[in-house]
Write a protein that binds this ligand. Structure first.
Ligand SMILES: Nc1nc2c(ncn2[C@@H]2O[C@H](COP(=O)(O)OP(=O)(O)OP(=O)(O)O)[C@@H](O)[C@H]2O)c(=O)[nH]1
Length: 297
Protein backbone atom coordinates (compact mmCIF):
# COMPACT_ATOMS: atom_id res chain seq x y z
CA UNK A 1 0.00 0.00 0.00
CA UNK A 2 1.19 3.49 -0.85
CA UNK A 3 1.51 5.83 2.14
CA UNK A 4 -0.18 9.20 1.80
CA UNK A 5 1.25 11.86 4.11
CA UNK A 6 -0.42 15.26 4.42
CA UNK A 7 1.51 18.36 5.53
CA UNK A 8 -1.08 21.04 6.21
CA UNK A 9 -1.03 24.42 7.93
CA UNK A 10 -2.31 27.92 7.31
CA UNK A 11 -0.89 30.25 4.63
CA UNK A 12 2.83 30.86 5.17
CA UNK A 13 3.06 28.64 8.25
CA UNK A 14 6.11 26.75 6.97
CA UNK A 15 4.67 23.74 5.09
CA UNK A 16 7.13 23.80 2.18
CA UNK A 17 10.04 24.31 4.56
CA UNK A 18 8.95 21.22 6.52
CA UNK A 19 8.24 19.18 3.37
CA UNK A 20 11.83 19.81 2.23
CA UNK A 21 13.10 18.55 5.60
CA UNK A 22 10.87 15.46 5.36
CA UNK A 23 12.04 14.69 1.82
CA UNK A 24 15.66 14.84 2.90
CA UNK A 25 15.10 12.70 6.02
CA UNK A 26 13.31 9.77 4.42
CA UNK A 27 14.80 6.53 3.27
CA UNK A 28 16.41 7.08 -0.12
CA UNK A 29 15.22 3.62 -1.24
CA UNK A 30 11.60 4.81 -1.11
CA UNK A 31 10.10 6.14 -4.31
CA UNK A 32 8.46 9.37 -3.13
CA UNK A 33 6.27 11.70 -5.14
CA UNK A 34 5.08 15.10 -3.99
CA UNK A 35 1.74 16.75 -4.81
CA UNK A 36 1.80 20.54 -4.39
CA UNK A 37 -1.52 22.33 -4.27
CA UNK A 38 -1.39 26.12 -4.43
CA UNK A 39 -4.44 28.34 -4.13
CA UNK A 40 -2.79 30.88 -6.44
CA UNK A 41 -2.52 30.79 -10.24
CA UNK A 42 1.15 29.83 -10.30
CA UNK A 43 3.02 27.34 -8.15
CA UNK A 44 6.14 28.83 -6.60
CA UNK A 45 6.71 25.84 -4.30
CA UNK A 46 7.01 23.46 -7.24
CA UNK A 47 9.91 25.53 -8.61
CA UNK A 48 11.59 25.45 -5.20
CA UNK A 49 11.25 21.71 -4.56
CA UNK A 50 11.72 20.31 -8.05
CA UNK A 51 15.17 21.82 -8.25
CA UNK A 52 16.19 19.53 -5.35
CA UNK A 53 15.58 16.50 -7.55
CA UNK A 54 12.16 15.35 -6.34
CA UNK A 55 9.21 14.54 -8.59
CA UNK A 56 6.47 17.14 -8.07
CA UNK A 57 2.90 17.15 -9.36
CA UNK A 58 1.26 20.55 -9.33
CA UNK A 59 -2.38 21.46 -8.74
CA UNK A 60 -2.81 25.23 -8.85
CA UNK A 61 -5.43 27.95 -8.99
CA UNK A 62 -7.78 26.56 -6.37
CA UNK A 63 -8.01 24.14 -3.51
CA UNK A 64 -8.17 20.34 -3.89
CA UNK A 65 -10.86 20.26 -1.24
CA UNK A 66 -13.30 22.07 -3.55
CA UNK A 67 -12.52 23.44 -7.04
CA UNK A 68 -9.74 20.95 -7.84
CA UNK A 69 -11.17 17.82 -6.21
CA UNK A 70 -11.70 16.09 -9.59
CA UNK A 71 -8.17 16.95 -10.76
CA UNK A 72 -6.83 15.64 -7.47
CA UNK A 73 -8.57 12.27 -7.91
CA UNK A 74 -7.22 11.96 -11.47
CA UNK A 75 -3.68 12.83 -10.34
CA UNK A 76 -3.89 10.32 -7.51
CA UNK A 77 -5.10 7.53 -9.81
CA UNK A 78 -2.35 8.34 -12.28
CA UNK A 79 0.29 8.17 -9.54
CA UNK A 80 -1.14 4.95 -8.11
CA UNK A 81 -0.78 3.28 -11.49
CA UNK A 82 2.98 3.64 -11.03
CA UNK A 83 5.46 1.89 -8.73
CA UNK A 84 5.68 4.33 -5.82
CA UNK A 85 5.96 3.93 -2.05
CA UNK A 86 4.84 7.27 -0.69
CA UNK A 87 2.95 10.38 -1.71
CA UNK A 88 3.58 13.55 0.27
CA UNK A 89 0.80 16.06 -0.20
CA UNK A 90 1.11 19.76 0.60
CA UNK A 91 -2.38 21.27 0.32
CA UNK A 92 -3.08 24.97 0.07
CA UNK A 93 -3.15 26.83 3.40
CA UNK A 94 -6.95 27.05 3.25
CA UNK A 95 -7.52 23.34 2.79
CA UNK A 96 -10.28 21.42 4.59
CA UNK A 97 -9.33 17.81 5.26
CA UNK A 98 -12.87 16.46 5.46
CA UNK A 99 -13.54 17.57 1.90
CA UNK A 100 -10.97 15.24 0.35
CA UNK A 101 -11.87 12.13 2.31
CA UNK A 102 -14.39 11.24 -0.43
CA UNK A 103 -11.43 10.70 -2.72
CA UNK A 104 -10.19 7.96 -0.39
CA UNK A 105 -13.57 6.23 -0.63
CA UNK A 106 -12.88 5.54 -4.32
CA UNK A 107 -12.21 1.80 -4.56
CA UNK A 108 -9.25 2.14 -6.90
CA UNK A 109 -7.64 4.65 -4.52
CA UNK A 110 -8.49 2.89 -1.25
CA UNK A 111 -7.21 -0.46 -2.48
CA UNK A 112 -3.77 0.99 -3.20
CA UNK A 113 -3.29 3.90 -0.81
CA UNK A 114 -4.06 5.02 2.76
CA UNK A 115 -3.67 8.21 4.78
CA UNK A 116 -0.57 7.51 6.83
CA UNK A 117 -0.17 10.82 8.64
CA UNK A 118 -1.58 14.32 8.90
CA UNK A 119 1.00 16.83 10.08
CA UNK A 120 -0.15 20.39 10.69
CA UNK A 121 2.35 23.23 10.90
CA UNK A 122 1.33 25.87 13.44
CA UNK A 123 2.85 29.33 12.93
CA UNK A 124 3.79 30.42 16.48
CA UNK A 125 4.21 34.04 15.45
CA UNK A 126 0.76 34.36 13.88
CA UNK A 127 -1.17 31.78 15.92
CA UNK A 128 -3.47 34.26 17.71
CA UNK A 129 -4.30 36.14 14.51
CA UNK A 130 -4.94 32.95 12.55
CA UNK A 131 -7.14 31.37 15.21
CA UNK A 132 -9.18 34.57 15.54
CA UNK A 133 -9.48 35.56 11.87
CA UNK A 134 -9.48 32.21 10.07
CA UNK A 135 -10.78 29.98 12.84
CA UNK A 136 -12.72 27.56 10.56
CA UNK A 137 -9.76 26.55 8.39
CA UNK A 138 -7.13 26.72 11.08
CA UNK A 139 -9.01 24.85 13.83
CA UNK A 140 -9.98 22.03 11.47
CA UNK A 141 -6.33 21.63 10.45
CA UNK A 142 -5.28 21.45 14.12
CA UNK A 143 -8.16 19.25 15.23
CA UNK A 144 -7.51 16.46 12.72
CA UNK A 145 -3.72 16.32 12.83
CA UNK A 146 -1.79 13.28 13.97
CA UNK A 147 1.19 15.59 14.59
CA UNK A 148 1.41 19.32 15.29
CA UNK A 149 4.69 21.06 14.53
CA UNK A 150 5.19 24.59 15.82
CA UNK A 151 7.15 26.79 13.41
CA UNK A 152 8.93 30.10 14.11
CA UNK A 153 9.12 29.04 17.78
CA UNK A 154 12.25 31.16 18.23
CA UNK A 155 10.06 34.29 18.17
CA UNK A 156 8.27 33.22 21.39
CA UNK A 157 9.63 32.86 24.93
CA UNK A 158 9.36 29.62 26.94
CA UNK A 159 6.17 30.70 28.73
CA UNK A 160 4.48 31.67 25.45
CA UNK A 161 5.44 28.31 23.92
CA UNK A 162 4.06 26.52 26.98
CA UNK A 163 0.75 28.40 26.64
CA UNK A 164 0.61 27.69 22.91
CA UNK A 165 1.22 23.97 23.50
CA UNK A 166 -1.52 24.01 26.15
CA UNK A 167 -3.97 25.67 23.74
CA UNK A 168 -3.11 23.14 21.02
CA UNK A 169 -3.61 20.29 23.46
CA UNK A 170 -7.10 21.54 24.33
CA UNK A 171 -7.96 21.50 20.60
CA UNK A 172 -6.34 18.14 19.90
CA UNK A 173 -5.92 15.72 22.82
CA UNK A 174 -3.83 13.11 21.08
CA UNK A 175 -1.52 14.69 18.50
CA UNK A 176 2.22 14.41 18.86
CA UNK A 177 3.38 18.05 19.45
CA UNK A 178 6.85 19.28 18.45
CA UNK A 179 7.89 22.78 19.49
CA UNK A 180 11.66 22.73 19.13
CA UNK A 181 13.57 25.11 16.88
CA UNK A 182 13.55 23.62 13.39
CA UNK A 183 17.30 23.93 13.12
CA UNK A 184 17.44 21.24 15.84
CA UNK A 185 14.95 18.80 14.29
CA UNK A 186 16.66 15.42 13.87
CA UNK A 187 15.92 12.84 11.17
CA UNK A 188 14.30 10.73 13.90
CA UNK A 189 11.99 13.64 14.90
CA UNK A 190 10.85 13.89 11.31
CA UNK A 191 10.36 10.14 10.96
CA UNK A 192 8.30 10.15 14.19
CA UNK A 193 6.11 12.85 12.68
CA UNK A 194 5.05 10.97 9.64
CA UNK A 195 4.77 7.69 11.50
CA UNK A 196 2.00 9.25 13.62
CA UNK A 197 -1.34 7.57 13.90
CA UNK A 198 -3.82 9.18 11.55
CA UNK A 199 -6.96 7.34 12.73
CA UNK A 200 -8.64 10.50 13.96
CA UNK A 201 -8.36 12.09 10.54
CA UNK A 202 -10.38 9.35 8.94
CA UNK A 203 -13.47 10.14 10.99
CA UNK A 204 -13.59 13.83 10.27
CA UNK A 205 -17.10 15.30 10.09
CA UNK A 206 -17.92 16.98 6.78
CA UNK A 207 -18.20 20.73 6.73
CA UNK A 208 -17.87 23.47 4.18
CA UNK A 209 -16.02 26.78 4.44
CA UNK A 210 -16.18 29.44 1.82
CA UNK A 211 -12.86 29.90 0.06
CA UNK A 212 -13.53 33.52 -0.80
CA UNK A 213 -9.94 34.68 -0.88
CA UNK A 214 -8.43 36.64 -3.77
CA UNK A 215 -5.27 35.48 -5.48
CA UNK A 216 -3.00 36.62 -8.26
CA UNK A 217 0.16 35.18 -9.71
CA UNK A 218 2.34 35.54 -12.76
CA UNK A 219 5.61 34.63 -14.35
CA UNK A 220 7.76 37.63 -15.13
CA UNK A 221 11.05 38.47 -16.79
CA UNK A 222 11.14 41.94 -15.28
CA UNK A 223 14.38 42.93 -13.53
CA UNK A 224 13.82 44.31 -10.04
CA UNK A 225 16.59 45.49 -7.73
CA UNK A 226 16.60 44.49 -4.07
CA UNK A 227 15.63 48.06 -3.20
CA UNK A 228 12.66 48.01 -5.58
CA UNK A 229 11.52 44.67 -4.15
CA UNK A 230 11.80 46.04 -0.61
CA UNK A 231 9.73 49.06 -1.63
CA UNK A 232 7.00 46.82 -3.08
CA UNK A 233 6.90 44.66 0.06
CA UNK A 234 6.90 47.84 2.20
CA UNK A 235 3.84 49.04 0.24
CA UNK A 236 2.26 45.63 0.82
CA UNK A 237 2.80 46.02 4.55
CA UNK A 238 1.04 49.40 4.52
CA UNK A 239 -1.99 47.88 2.74
CA UNK A 240 -1.18 49.46 -0.64
CA UNK A 241 -2.13 46.27 -2.51
CA UNK A 242 -5.17 45.37 -0.41
CA UNK A 243 -5.12 42.98 2.53
CA UNK A 244 -2.28 40.65 1.55
CA UNK A 245 -2.08 37.55 3.77
CA UNK A 246 0.60 35.68 1.85
CA UNK A 247 3.04 36.63 -0.90
CA UNK A 248 5.97 34.68 -2.28
CA UNK A 249 8.14 34.53 -5.32
CA UNK A 250 11.49 34.55 -7.01
CA UNK A 251 12.72 37.56 -8.97
CA UNK A 252 15.69 38.47 -11.12
CA UNK A 253 17.62 41.57 -10.06
CA UNK A 254 19.98 41.34 -13.00
CA UNK A 255 23.03 40.26 -11.02
CA UNK A 256 21.24 37.58 -8.97
CA UNK A 257 17.86 36.06 -8.15
CA UNK A 258 16.03 36.78 -4.91
CA UNK A 259 13.39 34.68 -3.17
CA UNK A 260 10.91 36.64 -1.05
CA UNK A 261 8.33 35.56 1.49
CA UNK A 262 5.59 37.79 2.89
CA UNK A 263 3.41 36.46 5.72
CA UNK A 264 0.87 38.68 7.46
CA UNK A 265 2.86 41.94 7.44
CA UNK A 266 6.33 40.42 7.84
CA UNK A 267 8.64 39.76 4.98
CA UNK A 268 12.03 38.23 4.30
CA UNK A 269 14.23 38.25 1.21
CA UNK A 270 17.12 35.90 0.54
CA UNK A 271 19.32 35.15 -2.40
CA UNK A 272 18.05 32.27 -4.54
CA UNK A 273 21.06 30.29 -5.60
CA UNK A 274 19.27 27.34 -7.21
CA UNK A 275 16.01 28.51 -8.71
CA UNK A 276 16.32 31.06 -11.49
CA UNK A 277 12.81 31.96 -12.66
CA UNK A 278 10.73 35.09 -12.26
CA UNK A 279 7.51 34.04 -10.53
CA UNK A 280 5.22 35.61 -7.91
CA UNK A 281 2.04 34.64 -6.08
CA UNK A 282 -0.19 36.65 -3.72
CA UNK A 283 -3.24 35.62 -1.66
CA UNK A 284 -5.47 37.88 0.44
CA UNK A 285 -8.67 39.85 0.59
CA UNK A 286 -9.60 42.73 -1.72
CA UNK A 287 -6.29 42.36 -3.55
CA UNK A 288 -5.44 45.21 -5.90
CA UNK A 289 -4.45 42.83 -8.69
CA UNK A 290 -3.79 45.44 -11.37
CA UNK A 291 -1.49 47.38 -9.06
CA UNK A 292 0.35 44.17 -8.12
CA UNK A 293 0.66 43.16 -11.77
CA UNK A 294 2.05 46.59 -12.67
CA UNK A 295 4.60 46.34 -9.86
CA UNK A 296 6.00 43.00 -11.00
CA UNK A 297 5.44 42.78 -14.74
N1 LIG B 1 12.38 31.80 11.40
C1 LIG B 1 11.65 30.81 10.91
N2 LIG B 1 11.11 30.98 9.70
C2 LIG B 1 10.36 29.98 9.21
C3 LIG B 1 10.15 28.76 9.90
N3 LIG B 1 9.35 28.00 9.14
C4 LIG B 1 9.10 28.69 8.02
N4 LIG B 1 9.71 29.88 8.06
C5 LIG B 1 9.65 30.95 7.05
O1 LIG B 1 8.28 31.26 6.80
C6 LIG B 1 8.11 31.61 5.44
C7 LIG B 1 7.03 30.73 4.82
O2 LIG B 1 7.51 29.37 4.78
P1 LIG B 1 6.92 28.29 3.74
O3 LIG B 1 7.55 26.99 4.10
O4 LIG B 1 7.02 28.77 2.35
O5 LIG B 1 5.38 28.33 4.18
P2 LIG B 1 4.14 27.56 3.53
O6 LIG B 1 3.25 27.15 4.64
O7 LIG B 1 4.62 26.49 2.61
O8 LIG B 1 3.46 28.70 2.70
P3 LIG B 1 2.24 28.59 1.64
O9 LIG B 1 2.23 27.19 1.12
O10 LIG B 1 2.57 29.59 0.61
O11 LIG B 1 1.02 28.95 2.39
C8 LIG B 1 9.47 31.45 4.77
O12 LIG B 1 10.10 32.72 4.77
C9 LIG B 1 10.20 30.51 5.70
O13 LIG B 1 11.60 30.68 5.66
C10 LIG B 1 10.74 28.63 11.21
O14 LIG B 1 10.57 27.63 11.93
N5 LIG B 1 11.48 29.67 11.63
Amino acid sequence: MVKFDIVSGFLGAGKTTLVKKILHSLDTCEKIVLIENDFGEVNVDREIIEIEGFEVYELSNGCVCCKLKGDFLLTLKHLLSQEIDRIIFEPSGIFILSEILDVFKDIEVSSKCFINSVTTVVDAQNFTKHIQSYSGFFKSQILHASSLVISKAQFLNDKEIYLLEHELRTLNETAHIISKNWAELSNQDIKDLINGNSNSSLNVPKHFLNHNFDSMGLKTSRLLSLEQLENILGTCKKGGFGDVIRGKGILNSGAKYFEFNYVDGQYSIMESTDVEVGIISFIGNNLQKEKLTAAFR
